[in-house]
Design a protein. Sequence first.
Length: 327
Amino acid sequence: MTLRKPLTSKLVSNRTLASICDGRVRLERLPTSGIISARAWIQGKDVRKSTGERTLAAAKTVATEWWQDLSVRARRGEHLHSPTFSDCATRFLAKRERDADAGLISAGQYRNLRQKAALLAPLLGSVKVADIDEDTLERLRAKRERVKTKRGETLTNETLKKDFVFIHSVLTFARDTMKVLPFVPKTPSFTGTKALVRRGRPFLTEAEYKTLHQLAKSHAEEPDLNPRVRRQRQELYWFILISVGGALRVGEAESVRWCDCELVTLNNGTETGEPAVRMLVLGKHSTGGRREDAYVLFGGVYAYREMLAARPETAQDTDLLFTESHR
């Protein structure tokens, strides 16, 4: 801990009322409000705290307690001037939001980062980044391993690894951009007993999909629905057909505009060919706003033709194909 030497007469300004704690803290009266503040030098930086008092005796008591608390924290090795993980994560997300606006990352990627930040905030938010070391990260993983999902299952190693990918990104940002961290600690290993085990993405069987298909269709065709509900249910039915027919993620389907769609015929070796809808989508890893080709087949072609027939006259080519959120 680096402490300032006792104040000399040369350092005392007209505003300085007194020096306490062996000259390590000086008391100053603010000219605008008359409130007395305390100022000290610790860990290489000048720090100030308002005592909230106007009398010298009361201000001395508050300032002495403040200095003693700082001294104890410094002796424990705490980095008093380091920003918290939450502070760094906020600036990191602001940077990634600008990247999303510029098309450098997709909106889905930015949304995932925000969700991960909200999830980890209660666990690391108030911790100073300079105090995060390998032991801190190991304890965090042990804590996350005990978390249960809504189904009562423990978190998979894939989910845990995504936690630490986000943490590593924030700490790297703190080191390289904010310049407040000398090095990034090593993240927990996911090898051996902690190895990632692919469990596969859950999917519907053919029978389950048929049930979903019939349920969505029957809901859209229910009588006596008000126009808004009928429109939402009809669009959801089309959304299911197009997403399945094109193997699209939800975010990819939501990104499609009218101008991104084209009815085509695929050359499959027959005279007629297979009808399809060529769509330009913003994929999960799309960068720079570049869209990727996707081809919708089978029921998705029927759904797109139905949507074309029901397209409002006021719809613009740059309008989204799906106006409702079906997430």
